[in-house]
Design a protein around this ligand. Structure first.
Ligand code: IMP
Ligand code: MG
Length: 184
Protein backbone atom coordinates (compact mmCIF):
# COMPACT_ATOMS: atom_id res chain seq x y z
CA UNK A 1 0.00 0.00 0.00
CA UNK A 2 1.38 3.42 -0.91
CA UNK A 3 0.41 6.35 1.30
CA UNK A 4 3.01 8.77 0.07
CA UNK A 5 5.85 7.94 -2.27
CA UNK A 6 8.47 9.64 -0.06
CA UNK A 7 7.27 8.26 3.26
CA UNK A 8 8.17 4.75 4.41
CA UNK A 9 5.32 2.71 5.90
CA UNK A 10 5.14 2.99 9.69
CA UNK A 11 6.69 -0.03 11.44
CA UNK A 12 4.14 -2.52 12.74
CA UNK A 13 3.14 -2.33 16.40
CA UNK A 14 -0.05 -4.40 16.15
CA UNK A 15 -0.56 -6.60 13.10
CA UNK A 16 -3.86 -7.12 11.29
CA UNK A 17 -3.99 -10.60 12.75
CA UNK A 18 -3.33 -9.47 16.34
CA UNK A 19 -6.03 -6.83 16.01
CA UNK A 20 -8.55 -9.27 14.51
CA UNK A 21 -7.96 -11.81 17.29
CA UNK A 22 -8.31 -9.21 20.02
CA UNK A 23 -11.44 -7.68 18.47
CA UNK A 24 -12.89 -11.17 18.40
CA UNK A 25 -12.16 -11.67 22.12
CA UNK A 26 -13.58 -8.26 23.01
CA UNK A 27 -16.74 -9.00 21.04
CA UNK A 28 -17.23 -12.31 22.85
CA UNK A 29 -16.75 -10.67 26.24
CA UNK A 30 -19.03 -7.73 25.45
CA UNK A 31 -21.72 -10.03 24.04
CA UNK A 32 -21.58 -12.19 27.17
CA UNK A 33 -21.66 -9.19 29.52
CA UNK A 34 -24.72 -7.80 27.71
CA UNK A 35 -26.53 -11.10 27.23
CA UNK A 36 -29.83 -9.78 28.62
CA UNK A 37 -29.77 -6.52 26.66
CA UNK A 38 -32.29 -6.45 23.80
CA UNK A 39 -30.65 -3.58 21.88
CA UNK A 40 -27.18 -2.35 22.76
CA UNK A 41 -26.48 1.16 21.47
CA UNK A 42 -22.96 1.36 20.05
CA UNK A 43 -21.65 4.92 20.05
CA UNK A 44 -18.64 5.49 17.82
CA UNK A 45 -16.43 8.51 18.29
CA UNK A 46 -15.53 9.96 14.90
CA UNK A 47 -13.34 9.75 13.16
CA UNK A 48 -10.70 7.48 14.67
CA UNK A 49 -13.05 4.73 15.87
CA UNK A 50 -14.87 4.04 12.60
CA UNK A 51 -12.91 0.97 11.54
CA UNK A 52 -12.76 -0.56 15.01
CA UNK A 53 -16.50 0.00 15.44
CA UNK A 54 -17.23 -1.61 12.07
CA UNK A 55 -15.21 -4.73 12.93
CA UNK A 56 -16.45 -4.97 16.51
CA UNK A 57 -20.10 -4.48 15.58
CA UNK A 58 -19.97 -7.33 13.06
CA UNK A 59 -18.61 -9.73 15.66
CA UNK A 60 -21.10 -8.98 18.43
CA UNK A 61 -23.74 -11.66 18.80
CA UNK A 62 -26.32 -9.44 20.50
CA UNK A 63 -28.70 -7.01 18.74
CA UNK A 64 -27.22 -3.54 18.33
CA UNK A 65 -28.00 -0.07 17.06
CA UNK A 66 -25.20 2.19 15.87
CA UNK A 67 -24.80 5.93 16.25
CA UNK A 68 -21.89 8.36 16.08
CA UNK A 69 -20.65 11.53 17.65
CA UNK A 70 -17.80 13.79 16.62
CA UNK A 71 -15.44 15.84 18.72
CA UNK A 72 -12.87 18.41 18.01
CA UNK A 73 -9.77 19.02 20.12
CA UNK A 74 -8.92 22.65 20.77
CA UNK A 75 -5.59 23.82 19.43
CA UNK A 76 -2.89 24.64 21.95
CA UNK A 77 -3.30 28.08 23.42
CA UNK A 78 -7.02 28.54 22.83
CA UNK A 79 -8.18 26.43 25.78
CA UNK A 80 -6.78 24.29 28.58
CA UNK A 81 -4.91 21.30 27.16
CA UNK A 82 -7.15 18.29 26.77
CA UNK A 83 -10.23 20.46 26.19
CA UNK A 84 -12.66 19.03 23.67
CA UNK A 85 -15.76 20.35 21.93
CA UNK A 86 -18.74 18.41 20.66
CA UNK A 87 -19.14 19.03 16.92
CA UNK A 88 -21.78 16.38 16.14
CA UNK A 89 -24.13 14.93 18.70
CA UNK A 90 -25.92 11.59 18.69
CA UNK A 91 -29.21 11.33 16.82
CA UNK A 92 -30.57 8.73 19.19
CA UNK A 93 -31.58 9.67 22.76
CA UNK A 94 -29.78 7.44 25.23
CA UNK A 95 -31.96 7.84 28.34
CA UNK A 96 -32.85 4.40 29.66
CA UNK A 97 -30.71 2.58 27.09
CA UNK A 98 -27.68 0.33 27.44
CA UNK A 99 -24.79 2.10 25.78
CA UNK A 100 -21.30 1.07 24.73
CA UNK A 101 -18.99 3.94 23.83
CA UNK A 102 -16.38 2.81 21.30
CA UNK A 103 -13.09 4.72 21.09
CA UNK A 104 -9.88 4.24 19.17
CA UNK A 105 -7.30 5.29 21.74
CA UNK A 106 -6.94 6.57 25.29
CA UNK A 107 -4.02 8.94 25.64
CA UNK A 108 -4.44 11.38 28.56
CA UNK A 109 -7.97 10.07 29.10
CA UNK A 110 -9.40 13.61 29.05
CA UNK A 111 -11.58 12.94 26.00
CA UNK A 112 -13.17 9.87 27.53
CA UNK A 113 -13.73 11.49 30.89
CA UNK A 114 -15.49 14.37 29.12
CA UNK A 115 -17.62 11.92 27.13
CA UNK A 116 -18.41 9.75 30.12
CA UNK A 117 -19.60 12.76 32.13
CA UNK A 118 -21.67 14.09 29.24
CA UNK A 119 -23.33 10.76 28.45
CA UNK A 120 -23.91 9.79 32.12
CA UNK A 121 -25.81 13.07 32.55
CA UNK A 122 -28.36 11.84 29.98
CA UNK A 123 -29.41 8.93 32.16
CA UNK A 124 -28.53 5.77 30.21
CA UNK A 125 -29.53 2.44 31.79
CA UNK A 126 -25.85 1.51 31.59
CA UNK A 127 -22.75 3.01 30.05
CA UNK A 128 -19.60 1.04 29.30
CA UNK A 129 -16.52 2.15 27.43
CA UNK A 130 -14.46 0.09 25.02
CA UNK A 131 -11.16 1.43 23.71
CA UNK A 132 -8.98 -0.46 21.25
CA UNK A 133 -5.73 0.99 22.60
CA UNK A 134 -4.53 2.80 25.70
CA UNK A 135 -1.22 4.43 26.61
CA UNK A 136 -0.90 3.81 30.37
CA UNK A 137 2.19 6.04 30.66
CA UNK A 138 0.26 9.06 29.36
CA UNK A 139 -2.88 8.86 31.49
CA UNK A 140 -3.64 11.95 33.54
CA UNK A 141 -7.34 11.29 34.06
CA UNK A 142 -8.53 8.28 36.03
CA UNK A 143 -11.48 7.59 33.71
CA UNK A 144 -12.77 4.01 33.90
CA UNK A 145 -12.40 2.07 30.65
CA UNK A 146 -14.35 -1.18 30.84
CA UNK A 147 -12.79 -2.94 27.86
CA UNK A 148 -9.26 -2.26 26.57
CA UNK A 149 -7.88 -3.97 23.48
CA UNK A 150 -4.18 -3.27 23.98
CA UNK A 151 -2.02 -1.28 26.34
CA UNK A 152 0.67 0.28 24.16
CA UNK A 153 3.87 2.28 24.70
CA UNK A 154 3.97 6.06 24.63
CA UNK A 155 4.33 6.65 20.89
CA UNK A 156 2.19 8.23 18.17
CA UNK A 157 0.37 5.39 16.46
CA UNK A 158 -1.45 5.37 13.12
CA UNK A 159 -3.57 3.00 11.07
CA UNK A 160 -6.78 1.05 11.59
CA UNK A 161 -8.64 4.37 11.84
CA UNK A 162 -5.95 6.33 13.68
CA UNK A 163 -4.30 9.22 11.91
CA UNK A 164 -1.46 11.65 11.86
CA UNK A 165 -2.69 14.86 10.24
CA UNK A 166 -5.60 12.89 8.74
CA UNK A 167 -3.29 10.45 6.99
CA UNK A 168 -2.76 6.71 7.49
CA UNK A 169 -6.32 5.93 8.65
CA UNK A 170 -6.74 3.22 6.01
CA UNK A 171 -3.56 1.36 6.94
CA UNK A 172 -4.81 -2.14 7.86
CA UNK A 173 -2.49 -2.49 10.88
CA UNK A 174 -1.41 -0.17 13.71
CA UNK A 175 2.06 1.24 13.26
CA UNK A 176 4.33 3.75 14.95
CA UNK A 177 4.54 7.09 13.23
CA UNK A 178 7.80 9.01 13.37
CA UNK A 179 7.82 12.45 11.80
CA UNK A 180 10.32 12.77 8.93
CA UNK A 181 13.68 14.18 10.05
CA UNK A 182 13.88 17.94 9.89
CA UNK A 183 10.12 18.44 10.31
CA UNK A 184 7.53 18.37 13.08
P1 IMP B 1 -6.90 12.02 25.16
O1 IMP B 1 -8.03 12.94 25.40
O2 IMP B 1 -5.57 12.63 25.54
O3 IMP B 1 -7.08 10.65 25.77
O4 IMP B 1 -6.72 11.89 23.60
C1 IMP B 1 -7.52 11.12 22.89
C2 IMP B 1 -7.57 11.53 21.44
O5 IMP B 1 -6.31 12.01 20.92
C3 IMP B 1 -7.88 10.28 20.69
O6 IMP B 1 -9.27 10.10 20.60
C4 IMP B 1 -7.20 10.53 19.37
O7 IMP B 1 -8.07 11.26 18.55
C5 IMP B 1 -6.01 11.37 19.69
N1 IMP B 1 -4.79 10.57 19.85
C6 IMP B 1 -4.08 10.40 21.00
N2 IMP B 1 -3.00 9.64 20.79
C7 IMP B 1 -3.03 9.29 19.48
C8 IMP B 1 -2.14 8.49 18.65
O8 IMP B 1 -1.12 7.92 19.08
N3 IMP B 1 -2.50 8.37 17.36
C9 IMP B 1 -3.61 8.97 16.84
N4 IMP B 1 -4.45 9.72 17.57
C10 IMP B 1 -4.16 9.88 18.88
MG1 MG C 1 -10.54 9.84 19.01
Amino acid sequence: MTINADAPLPPVLLSERQIAERVDQLARQISADHAGVDDLLLVGVLRGAFIFLADLARRLTIPTTIDFMALSHYEHGSAPSGAVRLVMDLRIPIAGRSVLLVEDIVDSGETLSYLRRMLEARGPASLKICALTRKPDRLTSDVRVDYVGFDIPDAWVVGYGLDFDNKFRSLPYIGVFTPPAGRG
